[in-house]
Design a protein around this ligand. Structure first.
Ligand code: GAR
Length: 210
């Protein structure tokens, strides 16, 4: 079994998708073992408690930099014997220490088709504001490994979602969550935990199941 930690900052609907997947035995060889929030008031913590998953708070406000927070997170994840770290609506950029401690073992869900509308400053609703301002007809979601480049690691899964004429950032966000994020993230987690993701340079090959 791979012990999974989910890092969150807000509402936690992607965490909920993982909890629901686990309930349906869809995470296969993975076990949700910790939810770590960057904020003590994140609703995601309530979702974790309801599902009896141990919760931890590493409050960004208690640290003077992302480096310091990353150091604390890395120690905690190692103490908890975590094999996969999932960033599910985690709103801070993690620094090198965690990437070196968990090489190709951190995955992130991003609410756009990378390399569009990503990088520093592209998180949450801002991503959808940028997509609408640009006038794209398709957006979507990407699940990728985390490396030293913000939103730049090898791509595991992507799904396109149509933009509609009357979309607001909120309606587009919701459609992308429903049609893409909540499906792709549990799928990528289960593939990882089954040992079916093979990283070759920028490519992630999905190995056949048994
Ligand atoms: C999700 O749309 C996620 O893709 C996005 O924030 C939202 C969190 O929602 N993440 C980023 O923008 C990271 N760059 P949730 O808390 O309900 O899962």
């Amino acid at each position: 079994m791979t012990r999974i930690a989910v890092l969150v900052s807000g509402g936690g609907t992607n965490l909920q998708a993982l909890i629901d997947a686990q309930r349906h035995a869809a995470l296969k060889q993975g076990m949700l073992s910790a939810v770590i929030s960057s904020s003590p008031t994140a609703y995601a913590l309530e979702r974790a408690k309801k599902a009896n998953i141990p919760t931890y708070v590493v409050d960004r406000k208690g640290y003077s930099s992302n480096e310091e927070m990353t150091h604390e997170l890395t120690s905690l994840l190692q103490e908890l014997n975590i094999g996969l770290v999932v960033l599910a609506g985690f709103m801070y950029v993690l620094t090198d220490e965690i990437i070196q401690a968990f090489p190709n073992a951190i995955i992130n869900v991003h609410p756009a088709l990378i390399p569009s509308f990503c990088g520093e400053g592209a998180y949450g609703l801002h991503v959808h504001e940028k997509a609408l301002a640009y006038g794209v007809k398709l957006s979507g979601a990407t699940v990728h490994f985390v490396n030293q480049d913000c939103d730049g690691g090898p791509i595991i899964l992507q799904k396109a979602v149509a933009v509609e004429d009357n979309d607001t950032p909120q309606t587009l966000q919701r459609r992308i969550m429903e049609q893409a994020e909540w499906k792709l993230l549990p799928k990528a987690v289960s593939l990882f935990c089954e040992g079916r993701l093979k990283v070759e340079g920028r490519w992630v090959k999905i190995l056949p199941g048994l």
